[in-house]
Ligand binder design. Structure first.
Ligand code: LLP
Length: 415
C-alpha cells in the first residue's frame, strides 16, 4: 500500500488551511538526511557533492544545501544567476549546459567552473578565455535511465562530447592552450547501478587520456524508489567499486583523482510531496473507469504524463468508510494526457489505482514530488497559477518559501 512519507493527516489539514491546495511541501529533515548520506559517498582522494539545481531551484533549498556543505550543478546561465541571487558563492557552482550562455563571460569572471559539453563549446570558451582551465563533459558511449527520455548517454543522446571524439577535444584544447582539469559524465536519471558503474570505468578511461585532469564528475542519476515496489540506490554499494577503481588508477599512474557527484533526485525526490484536493469524480460506464479529478495536474506535476512515472497517491478521507475504490487519477487540465496514474513507463496508457474511497473535498497527497515537479511542469497551462511551495522546518512552523502566483503576475509580460 502506498504510504505517506512525512506528512500526517493533521499536518495536511493544517497546511491546506494556511496555504490552500495545491501546494508543494518539502521536509527539511529529509533533505538534511539525504544531503548527509550523499556527503558520505565513498571516495579515495576527496569528494565534492553537488546538488543538481534543476531538480528544484527555490532559494530556500539552495541555501539549506549550501549550509549543509553541498556545492551546485547548474544547467543554464539562468540557474547560475538564480544561485548567485540566493547568495551561493560562484566558485561552488559548476555549469554543464546544452546551451552556451550569452552572458558566459560575466558568469565565468565571477568564478563558476565550466564543463564544455560539445566541441563548439570548447571553441567558444577558448576564444573568450585562452590559457584557462576547463572541464569536459563526455558521452561515454552508454547510458541508462528510468525511461528512454531520462537516458542521457549512448548514441541516442546529444549530451556531451562523443567519447570517440576525445582526440578532437584535445586538439581544440591545445589550440587555445586550455588545461582540461576535469572530466564529466552523466549517463541518465534513474540509472541502473550496474550500468552506472560501467560508465564510471569508461569515464576513468577518458581521464587516462587527459593527463592534466585532476577530478572526475560522475554526474547524478541515482535511482530512488518512490513506489513501494521500487528500490533506492545504496550509495555505499555503488560507490565502493568506483572508489577501488580510482585507487587502481593511482597505482598505475600516480594520479589521485578527486571525485564529484551531482544528483538532484537522490537529494529531493522523497523529501517533497504535492498536497492537492479531490475536486470531482466521474465515471464512464461498465466498460469504463472511475476518474478522480484533482485540483492539480500536469501544470504542477508532469513526470507521469512525460515518462509514465509512478508517484504514490494517498487519499486522506475526511469521512473514513473503510472501503477502497479503483480510480484513474487525472489532473485538472483539458488534456487527456494530464494523467497521474499512467501505466508504468507508458504515458499513453491509463491505469487504475486501488485507493481509499474518496469524496469530493478530500485532501490527497502525491508523494515523491520533491524533484522535477515544481521545477519541471507545464507551468500556467490552462492559466492555472504556479502553486506555492512550503518547507516543514526542523525547528519551526511550516514556512512559505514561494507564494501562489496571481493572475496579475501571470499577465505581467503581456503587452
Ligand atoms: N547532472 C547532469 C548533467 C544532469 O543533466 C542531471 C539531470 C543531473 C546531474 C541530476 O540527475 P538526477 O540525479 O536528478 O537524476 N527530469 C527528469 C530527469 C532528467 C534530468 C536531466 N538531468 C526526472 O524527472 O526524473
Amino acid at each position: 500500500m502506498e504510504t505517506l512519507n512525512f506528512i500526517t493527516p493533521t499536518l495536511a489539514e493544517d497546511i491546506a488551511t494556511r496555504f490552500g491546495t495545491p501546494a508543494y511541501v518539502y521536509d527539511e529533515r529529509s533533505l538534511r538526511l539525504a544531503a548527509e548520506a550523499l556527503l558520505d559517498f565513498p571516495n579515495a582522494y576527496g569528494l565534492t557533492a553537488r546538488y543538481a539545481i534543476k531538480a528544484s531551484p527555490n532559494a530556500a533549498i539552495l541555501k539549506l544545501f549550501d549550509r549543509l556543505g553541498l556545492q551546485f550543478d547548474a544547467s543554464s546561465g539562468f540557474e547560475c544567476e538564480r544561485a548567485f541571487r540566493a547568495g551561493i558563492n560562484p566558485e561552488k557552482i559548476s555549469l554543464s549546459s546544452q546551451e552556451f550562455p550569452e552572458n558566459f563571460a560575466s558568469l565565468h569572471k565571477k568564478g563558476i567552473h565550466f564543463n564544455a559539453c560539445s566541441l563548439l563549446q570548447i571553441e567558444r570558451f577558448g576564444q573568450l578565455f585562452p590559457g584557462r582551465e576547463l572541464g569536459l563533459r563526455f558521452n561515454p558511449g552508454l547510458g541508462s535511465g528510468s525511461a528512454n527520455r531520462t537516458n542521457t548517454g549512448g548514441p541516442t543522446a546529444s549530451f556531451g562530447i562523443w567519447h570517440e571524439q576525445s582526440a578532437e577535444a584535445r586538439g581544440l584544447a591545445q589550440k587555445f592552450d586550455l588545461t582540461i582539469n576535469l572530466i564529466h559524465t552523466h549517463i541518465g536519471s534513474g540509472s541502473d547501478p550496474a550500468v552506472w558503474q560501467r560508465a564510471a570505468d569508461l569515464s576513468l578511461d577518458i581521464v587516462r587520456q587527459f593527463p592534466q585532469a585532476r577530478a572526475l564528475n560522475l554526474g547524478g542519476g541515482f535511482k530512488v524508489g518512490r513506489m513501494p515496489d521500487e528500490s533506492t540506490t545504496d550509495l555505499s554499494a555503488i560507490g565502493q567499486p568506483v572508489c577501488e577503481a580510482f585507487i587502481r588508477l593511482f597505482e598505475e599512474t600516480g594520479r589521485k583523482i578527486h571525485l564529484e557527484v551531482e544528483p538532484g533526485t537522490y537529494l529531493l525526490a522523497n523529501a517533497g510531496a504535492l498536497l492537492a484536493s479531490v475536486q470531482d469524480i466521474v465515471e464512464t460506464g461498465q466498460k469504463g473507469y472511475k476518474f478522480l479529478k484533482l485540483d492539480t495536474g500536469m501544470n504542477d506535476i508532469l513526470r507521469p504524463s512525460l515518462y509514465g512515472a509512478q508517484h504514490p497517491i494517498i487519499i486522506l478521507p475526511r469521512r473514513k468508510t473503510g472501503q477502497t475504490g479503483s480510480y484513474v487519477v487525472v489532473g485538472h487540465c483539458c488534456e487527456t494526457g494530464d494523467l497521474l496514474t499512467p501505466q508504468p513507463g507508458q504515458p499513453e496508457l491509463l491505469a487504475s489505482r486501488e485507493l481509499d474511497e474518496a469524496a469530493v473535498g478530500d485532501l490527497c497527497v502525491v508523494e515523491g514530488t520533491g524533484a522535477y515537479c515544481s521545477s519541471m511542469s507545464a507551468s500556467n497551462y490552462n492559466s492555472f497559477p504556479q502553486s506555492p511551495e512550503v518547507i516543514l522546518q526542523e525547528n519551526g512552523p511550516p514556512l512559505l518559501i514561494r507564494k501562489r502566483q496571481t493572475l496579475d503576475q501571470m499577465l505581467d509580460n503581456e503587452v
